[in-house]
Design a protein around this ligand. Structure first.
Ligand SMILES: [Zn+2]
Length: 107
C-alpha cells in the first residue's frame, strides 16, 4: 500500500540557513520515523532536540537496518547541525537512508 509520506529525497535540498524548511523537515521526518517503526516493529524515539542530540535518531536508523536485514550506514552521529557543511552532509545521508528504507518497506 503506497503511503502519503513525502519523498525523503526532497530533504537534500534544504539549506543550512533555512529554519522554516528545517522545521517543516522535522515534522515530515518524525512522520517517517513513526511509520517506519510501525512497519518494522521497531521503537519510535522522540527527537525533540535533533539539532543538539543526534543519538536517539541514529539509534532508530540502526534499529531499522537490523530489522530490515541491511548494513547500517556509516554514521549519523558525528555531525554538527549548526555547522553548514556538516548540516548538508547529514541531510544527504539521512535522506538517502530514508529512501533506502522506503524501498525496503514499500512505504
Ligand atoms: Zn531519519
Amino acid at each position: 500500500m503506497p503511503s502519503n509520506l513525502i519523498s525523503p529525497l526532497l530533504w537534500k535540498s534544504i539549506g543550512p540557513r533555512d529554519p522554516d524548511s528545517f522545521t517543516d523537515f522535522l515534522f515530515h521526518h518524525e512522520q517517517w520515523h513513526r511509520e517506519l517503526a510501525k512497519v518494522t516493529n521497531t521503537r519510535f524515539i522522540l527527537m525533540d532536540d535533533l539539532k543538539t542530540n543526534l543519538f536517539p535518531h541514529a539509534q532508530m536508523h540502526i534499529d531499522l537496518a537490523k530489522a530490515t536485514s541491511v548494513p547500517q550506514i556509516t554514521d549519523l552521529l558525528s555531525y554538527d547541525l549548526e555547522d553548514p557543511a556538516s548540516f548538508v552532509n547529514f541531510m544527504t545521508l539521512n535522506a538517502d537512508d530514508h529512501q533506502r528504507f522506503r524501498t525496503l518497506t514499500g512505504l
